[in-house]
Write a protein that binds this ligand. Structure first.
Ligand code: NAP
Length: 291
């Protein structure tokens, strides 16, 4: 008889509060030694309600942990050159450890040009092409790893899930989630398959996964018969269901019956992202202050 247990929840709220507690403790110790607080600059252009909420949450979390955060709120009509000048000026400041430009930017501003203006050593969001390039190369180490993918790995590690040698299947290849999560898993010696909208036989590909990471933005697409018995399922998706309730890309109620471990939505990957941003900011400050 099988002794396999199914549907163990990877609790992102709990894990992220443990991460945040240790960040808070470290910052307290740094301050007791007379060092300054880490400093994060968050730049928001325009008035998108969702972006305003993210920026508010980042500020609140930073302040709870003892990180000094500076919000730079710019009008929608800010020109690309004005934004470049602002990013460059914060990049030059010694007492700024992290710079985050909230995406998406208004359509008249080229995101790629702006992200490359951030000093790589302050790129706490991990999206600078140099940091992504280092992530992709064997034997190199990125200054920072993108926050949501890093959060996925932290959840696996803290749940005691072995990565090396496992078949990892990633659904989605976006620059912010699918692609970097695949590189992080490859760096940890998983055998990685990346699937996207042109992948045939998606269900069969998913069934090969020991670790399945789903980041496609399609409510409850992944069903029970897409998942191998005992697989670990990480659901990055954030969607609304037919009742207007937040849900993931995985049909949680079905899939938890076959997965060994699974992340819920809400309360899974979501809370990890902001915790990883704070961790990257602290690491950046430590590199400068504890040299
Ligand atoms: P995205 O940029 O829209 O990328 C979606 C990816 O999924 C693309 O690679 C696309 O393929 C693929 N895809 C779409 N429909 C598919 C289908 N039916 N079958 C197979 N592949 C499909 O999305 P994203 O920014 O990565 O975000 C994905 C989800 O994660 C969203 O729900 C988003 O809200 C959520 N998210 C959550 C967090 C968090 O903190 N929890 C952070 C970021 C994103 P192609 O490349 O071929 O188009």
């Amino acid at each position: 008889m099988s002794t396999q247990e199914f549907g163990k929840i990877i609790d992102g709220k709990e894990i992220s509060s443990q991460v945040k507690q240790s960040i808070q403790d470290e910052i307290k110790m740094m301050k007791e030694k007379g060092l300054r607080a880490p400093c994060l600059v968050v730049i928001l252009v325009g008035e998108r309600k969702d972006s305003q909420t993210y920026v508010r949450n980042k500020k609140k979390t930073a302040s709870d942990l003892g990180i000094n955060s500076i919000d730079v709120l710019l009008p929608e009509q800010t020109t690309q050159q004005e934004l470049i000048d602002i990013v460059q000026s914060y990049s030059k400041k010694d007492d700024v450890d992290g710079i985050l430009v909230q995406l998406p930017l208004p359509s008249h501003i080229n995101e790629e040009i702006i992200l490359t203006q951030i000093d790589e050593s302050k790129d706490v969001d991990g999206f600078h092409p140099v940091n992504i390039g280092k992530l992709a190369m064997r034997g190199r180490k990125a200054d920072f790893e993108p926050c949501t993918p890093k959060g996925c790995i932290e959840m696996l590690d803290r749940s005691g899930i072995e990565i090396a040698g496992k078949n990892a299947v990633i659904l989605g290849r976006s620059n912010i989630v699918g692609l970097p999560v695949s590189m992080l898993l490859l760096n940890r010696d998983a055998t990685v398959t990346v699937c996207h909208s042109k992948t045939p036989n998606l269900k069969e590909k998913c069934r090969e996964a020991d670790i399945l990471v789903v980041a496609i933005g399609k409510a409850k697409l992944v069903k029970k018969d897409w998942v191998k018995e005992g697989a670990v399922v990480i659901d990055v998706g954030m969607n609304t269901d037919e009742n207007n309730k937040l849900c993931g890309d995985v049909d949680f109620n079905e899939v938890k019956e076959v997965a060994s471990y699974i992340t819920p939505v809400p309360g899974g990957v979501g809370p990890m992202t902001i915790a990883m941003l704070m961790k990257n900011t602290l690491e950046s400050a430590k590199k400068k202050l504890l040299k």
